[in-house]
Write a protein that binds this ligand. Structure first.
Ligand code: SF4
Length: 312
């Protein structure tokens, strides 16, 4: 049974069940609520933090990236920028952000933007002001809003990155020598392969040469690792990784078992089977044949399975 790290996740306070919304309502998002069981939550409400009370009059984003409160005519842009800077400066190392969708402060991609300061003429969709600061500063971390994570693929990718980066943080805090790095890297090899063959090659070379200057090697490894996981793998990349893992087991399997697995991989590529099914099969075979190298491997269980079954 894998022991998971506890990611440090910055969450919009309203997703953390705090009644901080402009109307005092609580947001009940099942995924955010479940995440609270598995993460160390650092919650923040940027609007309350800049002195807007609850309840409060709505704020909007005006084109040109201004944060305006139409009823009072207040321009809160500088206040929000200063707060964001101070808050992010004061943060300890974190592993990701889950922010509230559509908010003019927290929205990651779909906040309403207006042409005018009264919120009357719609201009388009974009980022909230606080979210913009987060995205600029944390380019290698998963930063999402709960609205985007209703999409299963985006949610899985968010979870994979969140838990991997949390484990990387824990690893870096105690890594002593090259042996530790080799062990860590070998547990992550297939996860990295699924995301980027090119990064896997670079990281393999780095690990092989880490003896020369261990400190520098792990600092470069950290960047490469987070960068590698940034792009969501395609079905083809996952299929290729599944077949690589299968390579460790195929000599122990019956012809019919192998053929069945290969047909499932084809079904996965066309969207008829999901990745979980194939990973579960590989995991069961790894236990059956006592393949320790595989049972310890993160790719087969990248985050707690309970987070996968949330109905959105
Ligand atoms: S979306 Fe952000 S600013 Fe708005 S209530 Fe939630 S935490 Fe506060």
């Amino acid at each position: 049974m894998r022991i998971f790290p506890k990611p440090r996740l910055v969450m919009s306070a309203c997703l953390d069940l705090q009644p901080v919304r402009y109307n005092g309502e609580v947001v009940k998002d099942p995924f955010a609520i479940k995440l609270r069981e598995y993460c160390q939550i650092i919650s923040v409400c940027p609007e309350v933090s800049i002195g807007l009370g609850v309840p409060r009059d709505k704020v909007i984003i005006q084109k040109g990236v201004r944060l305006i409160q139409p009823t009072t005519g207040r321009d809160l842009t500088q206040l929000m920028l200063s707060f964001s800077r101070e808050f992010l400066d004061g943060l300890d190392t974190v592993d990701g952000f889950l922010l509230k969708s559509k908010s003019p402060s927290c929205g990651v991609s779909n906040a309403r933007i207006y042409k005018d300061a009264y919120g009357e003429e719609f201009y388009g969709r974009g980022k909230g002001l606080f979210a913009t600061q987060v995205l600029e500063r944390y380019k290698l971390l998963p930063v999402e809003d709960e609205g985007r994570l209703k999409n299963k693929e985006l949610r899985e990718h968010f979870l994979v990155r969140l838990f991997a980066i949390a484990e990387l943080r824990e690893f870096l805090s105690k890594a002593q020598d090259v042996k530790d790095l080799v062990e860590f890297h070998s547990r992550y090899k297939y996860l990295i392969m699924a995301h980027s063959q090119e990064k896997l090659k670079q990281m393999g070379k780095l690990v092989a040469e880490a003896k020369k200057n261990f400190k520098e090697a792990i600092s470069r490894y950290r960047i490469l690792f987070m960068d590698a996981l940034k792009r969501r793998p395609t079905k083809g990349q996952h299929a290729n990784t599944l077949l690589h893992i299968m390579g460790h087991l195929s000599s122990k399997l019956k012809k019919s078992e192998k053929e069945h697995f290969y047909s499932l991989v084809e079904s996965y590529k066309t969207g008829q089977k999901d990745l979980c099914t194939l990973l579960e099969i590989l995991k069961s075979w790894s236990y059956r044949f006592d393949e320790k190298y595989l049972t310890d491997h993160v790719y087969l269980e990248p985050y707690p399975i309970a987070l996968n079954v949330i109905q959105q």
